[in-house]
Design a protein around this ligand. Structure first.
Ligand code: TYD
Length: 137
């Protein structure tokens, strides 16, 4: 099971009229996009998404402003600062992740490999650690 998050450099067409970037499923990301959602108007100091997904893979893009994504495989935590609209953070399934340090007016786009499914969430950190251990056995 791939547990390695990675920054994906998205295509960027620089143009005096304004820049353009895009994402194509299976080309820039290794999954089919089943859902898109976005997080915005985040008050200063708030944290979003403190949980893990069992199945959902995702790509997170800071379309505007900046924020940090902390990704935890149960042993190692990595923090990625997203602040460019041509960087995407690919987060495989099975990782704990939270988003924090949102700048004013930041806009987080999340492309997901699944439809919304409450049963896919692990909300309890201890449960997540137990889930990871089960995976290693
Ligand atoms: P949630 O995933 O808990 O937010 P966070 O990213 O901060 O963990 O989602 C917040 C609420 O929005 C929750 O009640 C479920 C709902 N929701 C949907 O109905 N569809 C979706 O695609 C998402 C992401 C959330």
């Amino acid at each position: 099971m791939n547990l390695q998050p990675e920054i994906i450099n998205l295509p960027k067409f620089e143009d005096p009229r304004g820049n353009l970037s895009f994402i194509e499923e299976f080309k820039h990301i290794p999954f089919k996009i089943e859902r898109s959602y976005w997080i915005y108007d985040v008050p200063g100091g708030q944290v979003r998404g403190g949980h893990a997904f069992k199945e959902q893979q995702e790509l997170i893009v800071a379309l505007s402003g900046s924020f940090d994504v902390e990704v935890d495989d149960g042993k190692v935590k990595q923090t990625f600062s997203l602040n460019r609209s041509y960087y995407g953070l690919y987060v495989p399934a099975g990782l704990w992740r939270q988003m924090q340090n949102f700048s004013t007016n930041s806009l987080a786009l999340v492309l997901s490999s699944t439809h919304y499914n409450e049963d896919d969430y692990i909300y309890d950190y201890n449960e997540f650690i137990a889930y990871r251990r089960g995976d290693e056995e």
